[in-house]
Design a protein around this ligand. Structure first.
Ligand code: SF4
Length: 219
C-alpha cells in the first residue's frame, strides 16, 4: 500500500537523520553578510572551493559598503577561482550596494526582502534564512531537486514548485534540516549520474528504486 506523502517524508527524514547526525551546511561564515556572499559564490561550485576563497575575501571586505564601493575588477580578481566569477562579482557588488543603501548595511531576514536583492534567488535566500537567521526555510538546490524527485516527493522539476511540494508534507521545524539531509544524501549515495541504490538506506521508500526493480534491475 502506498504511504501518504507526509508519512513517507517523515520516515525518510528519520532514516537520513540517523545516517547524518548533526547534519549542517558546510559553508564557513560568521555573520549573515558572509553567508549571503558565500552562497552567491557557491552556485555550481563546491563549498570546499568557496571556503578557500572566502577566507581571504572576508578579511578584505568586512561590510556591505566595502563590497559596494570596491571596483568590480577588484572583486573579480578576489574570487577569480570560482566558476562564473564575473557574474558572481556583479551580483555581490550589486547586492551589497543595495544593502548599504537601503538596509543600513545589514542583511534583511525575510524572503521577500532577500529575493529583491540583485543576484539573490529563492535558494540563496532560504539558505541565509535557515542558517544565518535560524528560520525555518527549505532551499532547493540541485541535490534536493534530484533526491526529492527520485523519492517521489515531487513530480515537478521547477525549484519553486518542489519547495512548495516538500513544504506541504514536511513539518515546518524540519525544513532547514531537510535541505542539509537531502544534500548530504545526494552527495554520498543518491548521486546524479549513478545513484548507489543498492546501499541506500531509504530505498524501500523510493519511487525510482521501485520502478527500476520492477524492470528487473537493481541500482
Ligand atoms: Fe536515490 Fe537510489 Fe536511494 Fe532512491 S534508492 S533515494 S534513487 S540512491
Amino acid at each position: 500500500m502506498k504511504l501518504p506523502q507526509s508519512e513517507k517524508a517523515k520516515k525518510t527524514l528519520g532514516i537520513l537523520g540517523r545516517e547524518f547526525p548533526g547534519a549542517r551546511g558546510t559553508l564557513v561564515f560568521n555573520n549573515p553578510l558572509e553567508l549571503l556572499v558565500a552562497t552567491i559564490l557557491s552556485a555550481q561550485t563546491t563549498d570546499k572551493l568557496v571556503n578557500t576563497v572566502t577566507g581571504t575575501l572576508f578579511r578584505k571586505y568586512k561590510t556591505a559598503s566595502d563590497y559596494g564601493s570596491a571596483p568590480l575588477e577588484e572583486i573579480e580578481r578576489a574570487i577569480g577561482r570560482v566558476n562564473f566569477f564575473r557574474n558572481k562579482a556583479k551580483s555581490i557588488k550589486g547586492c551589497c550596494r543595495m544593502l548599504a543603501d537601503e538596509w543600513g548595511g545589514g542583511v534583511p531576514d525575510t524572503l521577500e526582502a532577500l529575493v529583491a536583492l540583485p543576484g539573490v534567488g529563492r535558494k540563496t535566500a532560504n539558505i541565509v534564512l535557515g542558517n544565518a537567521f535560524g528560520k525555518d526555510a527549505l532551499a532547493v538546490d540541485t541535490h534536493v531537486r534530484r533526491v526529492a524527485g527520485r523519492l517521489g516527493l515531487t513530480a515537478s522539476d521547477v525549484p519553486g514548485e518542489i519547495e512548495k511540494d516538500l513544504c506541504a508534507v514536511i513539518p515546518k521545524t524540519l525544513w532547514t534540516q531537510t535541505t542539509h539531509l537531502f544534500i548530504l544524501h545526494g552527495r554520498k549515495t543518491c548521486k546524479a549520474k549513478r545513484p548507489l541504490c543498492g546501499e541506500c538506506p531509504v530505498r524501500e521508500l523510493c519511487d525510482y528504486y521501485a520502478a527500476v526493480n520492477k524492470g528487473g534491475k537493481t541500482g
